[in-house]
Design a binder for this molecule. Structure first.
Ligand code: SF4
Length: 685
């Protein structure tokens, strides 16, 4: 954003120290506004920008130290490089952009001629979250090329989105700031001090004003210290917990019978499933005291309105969609949908931007296959009767650090079975696997538009410094490729300013384009109301689905079902968000790796003779990882916590914990089951 007293014109005074305004592009709910101090075309410092009323001039500590380093440290990729393989090993050699584009053209053209367009796969995720950098020229290029379309939402949030759609359809949730009107706040599987920092203040203020707080999380995360009740569920048992609570409320009172009758379908089937979850059975499955379930039921029955902020943790297991569906349905069963301060926080209704006109899916040949992003290693190494993947293009993503079964991903990318191109800011573990590496700019070096998933403010940014080295944006990269491939459609000539106009196409007031550059725009005025608001609920035909016929047909889950974990290894390995990294971003910076320890409960540590600081070997059939132990009663027994996002250089075994995570799929959309990873442990060395 070009806000208040800042100037983002980079053509003048590059040597002078200036403060410019931008937006944090990382995969984080808060999408903070940032003031960046620049001098001599270098990022000197970042601080919180005042342009966004939700983030209130405060940044998380992750970015303050790391952003300047990310822009200028020696991991930065500054020019195109090709991998040369010799008997002595591999090395990268600098080449020109012209040669790099020609090599991609020749390799992908030959691949397409021999194997068809679907043998090429883009491999992307949520690197920068800007609407231009992902979802515009990149998608157009791969659609026109006839490449396989890839569903990357299976890695994160796709399961939750599908669960939401099953329960609420297209209806939108409540704004996060509405929590201040809630008498009970439930933070469910969402480590907000790490992943949704600015929500913490709102919750603490609500607490001061008399609200109660429940935190549902297997770990005593920091916000749990403020809670009236902490529910330390065993990962993957959320659905059993909800059924236990529902059955208790049914027997003791606390369900909103009128709301259920007027605004939902299928409750009888849901209740029948809940009858299987007695207090005792629920406590046993969830690994908690039955008194915790009773306390939860008492609080949600007594305190209304109640609001929930649910994270992605509940989806990261074999019961993922069932866990999320059941948590959402708990709010409906207790009538906590509609009144002010009641509901589930969710922001999609505030951002009527984007769409097919940006990605141009009409350019995609009819019948082109869609693949689960997690299938790419298999399609490279062992495709069976399916079209193999012979060409891969990695961008906005570090798959070796992020995917389950990371070793399989690494081996596939390093194999001779596919030609792999990668574009990134830094020489990540994934870029090291590539045959051709291209330099990408940081978000300080180009402008973009940012929605948010933790608040309702829209922001736009401009470049604060020049592109470093020979880096070019995704938009320019795929424009150049489209030209080289001879794609004639006018959409491939769109400049960034045209793309920005197209992003805002569905917003009636075009003044927003400039306003969102000046400061964050409150999108409340453009939003559909949240579902079943009091003033229109009596007329509404909208129904919340406790039973979903479609899911019954697709995966036998008309109502959410609980399945036990099949593994018999001693510990569940949980890999939550890090307080040092955003996914794997900043993982290459040494000061951002200091949290790479394994947290273990004191009684489990004692049983295995582990004391604080001891090196512990975590292992299963996929491999092993050695980490220092941190003995803490913040984690529950039979679980081990290791924050995600490590890079290979931080591992003594050449594997990160992602190598231990099986590539099992949740049944609704084939989502990743990161927390179904089980390990045994032993003292190392
Ligand atoms: S990572 Fe999140 S909290 Fe930190 S600056 Fe970026 S958006 Fe804000």
């Amino acid at each position: 954003m070009k806000g208040y007293d800042v100037n983002n014109d980079i053509s003048d005074d590059r040597g002078a120290r200036q403060v410019k305004s931008t937006v944090c592009p990382l995969d984080c709910a808060d999408t903070c506004s940032i003031d960046v101090t620049v001098e001599n075309d270098r990022v000197i410092e970042v601080r919180g920008g005042a342009g966004n009323p939700f983030t209130r001039s405060k940044l998380c500590s992750k970015v303050v130290a790391s952003f300047p380093l990310q822009v200028h440290d020696n991991l930065r990729v500054l020019y195109p490089q090709i991998k040369r393989k010799t008997l002595a090993g591999c090395h990268f050699e600098r080449i020109s952009w012209e040669d790099a584009i020609s090599i991609i053209y020749e390799k992908f053209t030959a691949t397409k001629q021999q194997w068809g367009g679907e043998s090429i796969a883009p491999l992307f995720y949520g690197g920068p979250m800007g609407l231009l950098a992902g979802g515009t020229m990149d998608k157009r290029f791969f659609h026109k090329l006839g490449a396989s379309t890839v569903d990357a939402t299976t890695l994160c949030a796709g399961t939750s989105d599908a669960a939401w759609e099953s329960v609420f359809g297209e209806a939108g949730g409540i704004d996060f700031e509405e929590i201040k009107h809630s008498d009970l706040i439930i933070v469910w599987g969402n480590n907000i001090t790490t992943c949704n920092l600015h929500l913490t203040k709102i919750i603490r203020e609500a607490k001061k004003a008399g609200s109660a707080l429940i935190v549902v999380d297997p770990k005593r995360i920091r916000i749990a210290n403020d809670a009236d009740l902490h529910v330390p569920l065993l990962p993957g048992t959320d659905v059993a917990f909800v059924y236990g609570v529902i059955y208790l409320l049914h027997k003791r009172g606390g369900l909103d019978e009128a709301f259920i009758a007027n605004h939902s379908v299928g409750f009888d089937a849901f209740l029948n499933e809940a009858r299987k979850f007695s207090l005792e059975r629920t406590a046993e499955i969830c690994g908690i005291e039955s008194s915790v379930i009773e306390q939860f039921a008492r609080l949600i029955a007594a305190r209304r309105p109640s609001a929930m902020s649910i994270g992605v943790a509940p989806e990261r297991n074999r019961n993922g969609s069932a866990c999320v569906r059941s948590a959402l349905l708990l709010m409906a069963a207790t009538g906590n949908i509609g009144p002010k301060g009641a509901g589930v926080c969710e922001t999609s209704r505030f951002f009527p931007l984007g769409g097919d006109h940006l990605s141009r899916s009409d350019l995609c040949p009819a019948g082109t296959r869609e693949i689960n992003v997690m299938d790419i290693p298999r399609l490279i190494m062992d495709p069976g009767d399916e079209t193999p993947v012979k060409g891969v293009f990695i961008y906005n993503h570090n798959p070796v650090a992020v995917h389950p079964d990371a070793e399989a991903m690494k081996q596939a990318l390093e194999s001779d079975n596919a030609f792999v191109v990668g574009s990134d800011i830094s020489m990540t573990d994934s870029m090291l696997c590539c045959d051709l590496v291209l330099p990408a700019p940081t978000h300080f070096e180009y402008g973009d538009v940012y929605k948010a998933y933790g608040h309702r403010y829209l922001q736009r940014s401009e470049a604060a410094i020049s592109p470093q080295g020979e880096s070019i944006t995704n938009m320019e990269l795929f424009r150049r490729l489209a030209r080289r491939f001879g794609f004639q459609e006018p959409c491939f000539a769109d400049e960034d300013k045209d793309l920005i106009q197209q992003v805002y196409e569905s917003v009636p007031d075009k003044a927003l384009i400039d306003q969102s550059l000046e400061r964050a725009v409150d999108m409340a005025q453009w939003a559909e109301p949240s579902m079943l608001r009091d003033d229109d609920r009596s007329e509404s035909t909208f129904k919340i689905r406790f039973y979903d016929e479609h899911l019954e047909k697709v995966c036998g889950q008309g109502v959410p079902k609980y399945a036990p974990l099949s593994s018999t290894r001693e510990f569940i390995l949980v890999s939550p968000a890090s307080e040092k990294r955003i996914n794997s971003t900043f993982g290459g910076l040494s000061q951002q790796s200091t949290d790479l320890v394994c947290e273990i409960h004191p009684k489990d540590a004692l049983k295995h003779g582990v004391t604080d600081g001891d090196l512990v070997r975590l292992k299963n059939s996929f491999g092993e990882v050695v980490l220092a132990a941190k003995v803490t009663s913040n984690v529950r027994r039979k679980t081990i916590f290791v924050p995600k996002g490590a890079w290979l250089k931080d591992s003594a075994t050449g594997m990160t914990i992602n190598a231990l995570i099986p590539s099992d799929r949740e049944p609704l959309i084939g989502g990743a089951c990161y927390y179904d990873c089980t390990v045994d442990i032993q003292l190392a060395g």
